[in-house]
Write a protein that binds this ligand. Structure first.
Ligand SMILES: [Zn+2]
Length: 141
C-alpha cells in the first residue's frame, strides 16, 4: 500500500462523551459541550461538569470562527495516511475562547498567531465528518 492511499484512522463517533461533536459535524455544524447548571464550557467533552458538579449538559452549536492560538509543522511522518509536511493548528473559538480545537492544514502555510480561522467539514468516510480549520474571517474584531 502506498503512503498516499493508506486508510485514515477514524475516531469513534458514537462515544457517550464525544458523540454529539461528531453528530453535529455530520450536520455541518460545530458544537461544544456545555453545562446547563453553570454554563461552563466542558472541553474536552465530558458528561459531568467539573466546576459545579452537574450531570445536566448540552451540545451547543457555535459560530465556527476563531483565532489561531498555536500551530506546529509536522515533518516526521508518523502514519502512512498523513504525508508530510502538514501543519497542526490549535484554534480558539470566537464565541467561547476557553475552547480550543485542533485541525490540520496541508503543507507549511504562512500563519500568524491570532489570525482569523474558520471551520469547514471534511467527510472522511460514510459515517465520519471531521471539523477542520482554515484561514478565514473571525467574528471578533
Ligand atoms: Zn456546571
Amino acid at each position: 500500500m502506498s503512503p498516499a492511499t493508506a486508510p485514515q484512522p477514524l475516531p469513534v463517533v458514537d462515544d457517550v462523551d464525544t458523540g454529539g461533536f461528531f453528530a453535529a459535524a455530520a450536520r455541518g455544524e460545530l458544537a461544544i459541550r456545555m453545562c446547563n447548571g453553570c454554563d461552563s464550557v466542558l472541553h474536552v467533552p465530558v458528561a459531568y461538569c467539573y466546576r459545579c458538579g452537574s450531570w445536566d449538559t448540552r451540545w451547543q452549536t457555535v459560530a465556527g470562527t476563531g483565532r489561531l492560538y498555536s500551530w506546529t509543522v509536522v515533518t516526521h511522518q508518523v502514519h502512512p495516511a498523513y504525508p508530510v509536511p502538514y501543519t497542526i493548528v490549535l484554534v480558539e473559538l470566537d464565541d467561547h475562547p476557553e475552547a480550543r480545537l485542533v485541525g490540520q492544514l496541508p503543507g507549511r502555510p504562512e500563519l500568524e498567531a491570532g489570525q482569523p480561522m474558520e471551520v469547514w467539514f471534511e467527510r472522511v468516510s460514510d459515517d465520519v465528518v471531521l471539523p477542520q480549520w482554515r484561514p478565514g474571517q473571525a467574528l471578533r474584531p
